[in-house]
Design a protein around this ligand. Sequence first.
Ligand code: FE2
Ligand code: FE2
Length: 166
Amino acid sequence: MDFQRQTNKRLYEEHAATLQLLARVERVVSGRAGAYPPAAGDPEWPAFARTLLSAIEVEVARHFEFEERDLFPRLEEAGDGDLAALFSEEHVTIRAVAQPLADLLRQASAGNLTQQQWQTLKTLALEFSERLGSHAQKEDGALLPVLEQLLDEDTDRALFGAYAAG
Ligand SMILES: [Fe+2]
Ligand SMILES: [Fe+2]
């Protein structure tokens, strides 16, 4: 998608990266990328678990906080409060599954989960993927086009600068 505003370009890229990661998550936990649960000493698993954990705790957390702090209030002011409320609620339901998933991933990076816990991890991972994937696509379709109209050049530069600076 072609956006003029830096902020929208960045969010769109982050959504695309997220969707790619989620596709990998689905391949891994459904056993299409090697055995699941992974064999003891599987060299791929710790790297995958670290990547997913960091996505949950760093990238997604930061992205959500930015949207909640700097974008949803602007949407609300512009009269799109329903949309802002919907996206905020989705963040809540995504975090609700991300947190137990992150807990299990931390335990699983050592590779020592019970059979039951591996199943739970799989269920949580698929649910996380479902919720976050549909959310990101919905924002691409409904949030970014609205923001494209809403953000003037100076606001965009200030927002993007602050976000990119971390
Ligand atoms: Fe969001
Ligand atoms: Fe987003």
